[in-house]
Design a protein around this ligand. Structure first.
Ligand code: ATP
Ligand code: MG
Length: 554
């Protein structure tokens, strides 16, 4: 074989300085290997390029077929848009194109080209129609939207249309949306521990059963374990709209009457209102601190500091192992305290008017929310306030009413024991029948059942200038005129077996040594107001993330 015919003859042949050739100018073995490898690489590259081009062409073809490919899918494909809220969608939006965010409550496929979604936002639902037609909506788009797991969050754009027959499955029953764009904002997992729809049924503890409903009811503890899903239900959205409104109405009313809002400490140095009910924080820099059981001392110290009228909305902690329908270990307290001119009844009337204002405003302005809750808990809509006024009775009148009804009140007759919960409830029933009201006040409680800072009755040593407020026969507030003089306070403490020199009392008692105007006030529980106003079975239903002796999560 001549050198020209040797494989690799094309390689440069400068024998002396070229490592790829041997002395005779023929390519070396390694040079041949390398050349072969490179050729192989180039071939592979070309093939990959070809494949990629083919793929792109196929994709393009598919896209050409699915003309709506940009109208659905991941939200990253969406163009920016302003969104309306479902609650604002009225008939005025008919024939307009809107964009909104909503969860998928339900999907229903009619055919490959037609599907329906029920979409939900904050308790409002609307029907959305996906109909494959023209370039806007493709069969692929209909399929994709209907296969998205229930509870996923969509951003939907569509034409609002009036419907002939009301849509029973949606709260916005007179309109529907013809979808032209639908993007997934956030995807729900396929498996839900409970469905939002389960939370739109009464808790089994309520005893309300729907004989038509075959699915097993989900008990309250499972709902609370899965509170984020639970809270998405329309009934819970409505409950917390009401709860929020109570705080706002309370605040507005107090401001309107010249009061100022304060935040008093929740970490305190001593367990001053009875040791049993207090949570200790044992790692407070080498000392023990306690979680405040009430803002009582601080409200009064602010009155002594010439604040005249103060209020607070804040957490209240009670370390009581009370496993009942109305006790929490942490609740939201609505507290107020104010000076008066002549008589503590000025403050008592103020408190009554405050509650009547809150409850009647709720009835007027939150009728939709009340109706939503009433669908499940029928008592939500029947709270009675006769003549829009509180009924005020004396504690002794309450006892007399119970006695009249045949209740044994021998213990209460001695002015040493408070009404039991059962008695309170019974009194609530009696008062509703007799006076046609669910909101009433008992005044002049026995001194023996009230705390040491309570002002004694001016003429009857057994009684005190104190009151409780009740809704449907259950307590929502305790209040009183307070002692505003240091030596009288010390005396009252001793009479109740409390040592005024014990830790934690000095600052409080000293507050009154420079003079303090006569004052009165009260402490309300937000969770209970909402519970009893709406006739809910359990205070936990009116608490977003309840804390009780068994529950510290979620
Ligand atoms: P109860 O007799 O129902 O246990 P209380 O007399 O101990 O209540 P107060 O100390 O008078 O309660 O508290 C004032 C208000 O705070 C109550 O009327 C109620 O609305 C609310 N409240 C008290 N304790 C609780 C609790 N454990 N959980 C929820 N709310 C509470
Ligand atoms: Mg009380």
């Amino acid at each position: 074989m001549s050198s020209e015919e040797k494989p690799g003859a094309a390689l440069p042949v400068h024998a002396k300085d070229n490592p790829n050739v041997d002395a005779e100018g023929a390519p070396t073995k390694s040079a041949l290997k390398k050349a072969a490898k490179e050729a192989e690489k180039a071939a592979k590259k070309a093939a990959a390029k070809e494949k990629e081009a083919a793929q792109r062409a196929a994709q393009q073809a598919a896209a050409d077929e699915d003309k709506a490919v940009d109208n659905y899918g991941n939200i990253s494909k969406a163009k920016e848009a302003d969104a309306v809220k479902l609650k604002d969608l009225t008939d005025e939006y008919a024939n307009k194109t809107v964009t909104f965010f909503a969860r998928v409550e339900n999907t229903r496929s009619q055919s490959a080209k037609l599907g329906f979604l029920t979409l939900r936002e904050q308790g409002y639902t609307i029907q959305a129609v996906l109909a494959a037609a023209g370039d806007d909506v493709s069969k692929q788009m209909v399929k994709w939207a209907l296969q998205t797991p229930v509870n996923s969050i969509f951003r939907v754009t569509g034409l609002v249309k009036k419907v002939d027959a009301p849509i029973a499955s949606a709260t916005i029953s007179g309109l529907e949306v013809a979808v032209t764009r639908v993007y997934e904002v956030s995807r729900a997992v396929d498996f839900l521990p409970m469905a939002v729809r389960d939370a739109e049924k009464p808790i089994p503890e309520s005893g309300i059963v729907d004989p038509e409903d075959k699915s097993p009811p989900v008990p309250m503890h499972i709902r609370l374990d899965n509170r984020v899903i639970d809270l998405q239900a329309d009934i819970n959205q409505a409950i917390f709209t009401i709860s929020s409104a109570v705080e706002v109405l309370f605040t507005e009313y107090m401001f309107k009457h010249g009061s100022r809002k304060f935040n008093t400490p929740k970490l305190v140095g001593a367990a001053t209102e009875g040791g049993a009910g207090v949570f200790a924080v044992t790692n407070y820099f080498g000392k023990t601190a306690y979680l405040a059981q009430s803002p009582q001392f601080y409200k009064q110290m602010l009155i002594a500091a010439d604040c005249e009228s103060v209020f607070e909305i804040g957490p209240v902690f009670r370390a009581e192992n009370s496993n009942t329908h109305r006790h929490l270990t942490e609740f939201t307290g609505l507290d107020f305290e104010m000076v008066f001119n002549n008589h503590y009844h000025e403050v008592l009337s103020f408190g009554e008017n405050l509650i009547v204002h809150i409850l009647t405003t709720l009835q007027k302005e939150y009728a939709r929310e009340i109706a939503t809750i009433q669908r499940i808990y029928p008592r939500a809509g029947d709270f009675r306030i006769k003549d829009n006024k509180a009924l005020r009775l004396k504690y002794a009148d309450g006892i007399a009413l119970l006695k009249e009804a045949g209740v044994d009140t021998s213990e209460q007759d001695r002015f040493e024991t408070d009404l039991s919960t059962a008695m309170e409830k019974q009194l609530g029933k009696i008062i509703r029948e007799k006076y046609d009201t669910d909101f009433y006040v008992l005044d002049e409680f026995p001194m023996a059942v009230r705390p040491f800072y309570t002002k004694a009755h001016p003429t009857d040593p057994n009684l005190s200038n104190s009151y409780d407020f009740f809704m449907r026969g259950e307590e929502i507030m305790s209040g009183a005129q307070r002692i505003n003089e240091a030596s009288e306070l010390e005396q009252s403490m001793r009479a109740k077996g409390v040592d005024p020199n014990a830790e934690g009392f000095k600052d409080y008692i000293d507050a009154f040594r420079q003079g303090c105007r006569p004052h009165a006030g009260g402490g309300l529980g937000l969770n209970r107001i909402v519970q009893f106003f709406l006739g809910l079975d359990n205070v936990r239903q009116a608490t977003p993330f309840p804390r009780d002796p068994q529950r510290l999560r979620p």
